[in-house]
Design a protein around this ligand. Sequence first.
Ligand code: LHQ
Length: 256
Amino acid sequence: MSDIPTVLVHQHDGFVEIVLNRPDRLNAFTKQLHAELLAALKAADGDEGCKAVLLTGAGRGFCAGQDLTERVFVDGEVPDLSENLVERYNPLISFIRHARVPVVAAVNGVAAGAGASLAFACDIVIAAHTAKFMQAFAKIGLIPDAGGTWTLPRIAGDARARAMIMLAEPVSAELAVQWGMIWKVVDDALLHDEAVATCRRLAALPGSATALAKRALLGSSGNDLDAQLTLEAELQRQAGEHPEYRLAVEAFRRKG
Ligand code: LHQ
């Protein structure tokens, strides 16, 4: 356990910025980073004044996945990798997808292994021109985890996901945007400003609708059309009951 925080939290007006802070290890995940990241996300989601989370990495990387130096191999011992996933990665990815707040990933450099899966789990992904995404697992004899086999085929398409996974091929930010895997690519120097502007836009919108839209989108990945139509009707009922809907419509009418 390091005394240096592995996650930095900056409060802004209407949103929270969370910075993965192990720059010497390209912000690779340790148990401590997992604990601090999930705690920061839960605090942001539980804070009514927080309308978005900006997630980024300190230094030249976004996140290099699991810290490969954390595991010590003992002769004769067969590791159970599922433990780490069940206890840490799975709750983290599930939390992001189920959270009320939208999470904007500002991918400032390489996103590898579970670090790429982390980016793919976020709601809006903006990458620096020099960033890249890599399902590095094949190189170390593993399969993608942290939701990578669920998110990647959905955002990249099956053919591209298969090649990325089986070849551990890095995909540039430019290509990722061309493929529709991410929202935007910007010059490295503009990344932070662009992510802040995106969080401010989210903060200015009715947050109740954003939260319900997240739920609808999550449902769409498992539902057939009729089930999704039913879900939309239910969530729209909830949206209509919220005072933010009435206030927004009345403001629109006053303008017109
Ligand atoms: C690192 C790491 C790292 C520690 C760079 N750990 N130090 C979950 C749970 C259960 C089971 C297992 O799986 C998982 C999920 C996973 O995420 S497994 C996949 C883990 N990640 C990887 O395999 C990626 C490993 N890293 C790399 O391939 C390269 O470092 C990339 C392509 C990310 C970046 O390459 P470069 O830009 O050339 O940087 P570098 O390799 O020189 O790294 C800089 C430093 O960061 C270096 O340390 P040093 O002391 O030499 O400066 C690296 O050792 C360290 N680092 N990734 N995952």
